[in-house]
Design a protein. Sequence first.
Length: 261
Amino acid sequence: MSSKLIKYLEELGLSENDADVYLTLLRHWSAVVWTISKECDIPRATTYQILDRLIDDWLVLRIDKWNVMTYFPEEPDRLIQNLKKESRNIEKRKDLAEKLLPHLVSLKNPYKQKPKVTYFEWVDWYIELLNKALTTAKSTIRMITSSKYKKNNIEDSCKHEELVAFEEKEFLKERLSRKLELKLLTTETYNCEDYKKLDKDLLRETRFLPDKFWDTETLIVFGNSTIMITDNYPIIWVHIEEEQTAIMMKNMFAFLWNSSK
């Protein structure tokens, strides 16, 4: 029976020796250290330490009886009272932690956060990322792309048509409704002036990269996100969600932007 009781008391937070000492006191109702140490087979110095812990936990009472320290067990319902008290303390600490959390988060160094990187080869996720650009970009979406972007490298013709339709209709319409400017760097060299004439209506500003960039892949930067797209088969999309990476790409974009016409 004692071994089972010790196990149960351990589950309530007592150590094996603490539980053994407490049960010994319950059996004797009162005892001195020598008796407890002998019956529990625990060194006297350790027994004193255990009794001090049990006194702190309100499970044992110490009385100087005729110049001899005698120990008495508190009533077993003290275990329930202790648990209720612990529960109240946990709730108080939880409330404090919830109040403290925003202040702690504000101190967290954003540059130490691990970047979130997603790699994929299918169209659906790309459309989802463009939709995310519409909802998270504050004012400007930056794009570098080749005029010879090989969307036909998407094996599924239906997916190809879905992507083209989304870019040219839904994405454009939503971008205009949200008044998000598109800064576009492209290798388009044919009829540049006519291409630029559409900029105002499309809330777009276009500049043209030098000829040496004719084989440029696609890069899209918005908010804290960077999307890189390979122009081969199969087309690969890589999405990096991290503030410093986005800042670096925006700086690179600004350099190319200022070097273009």
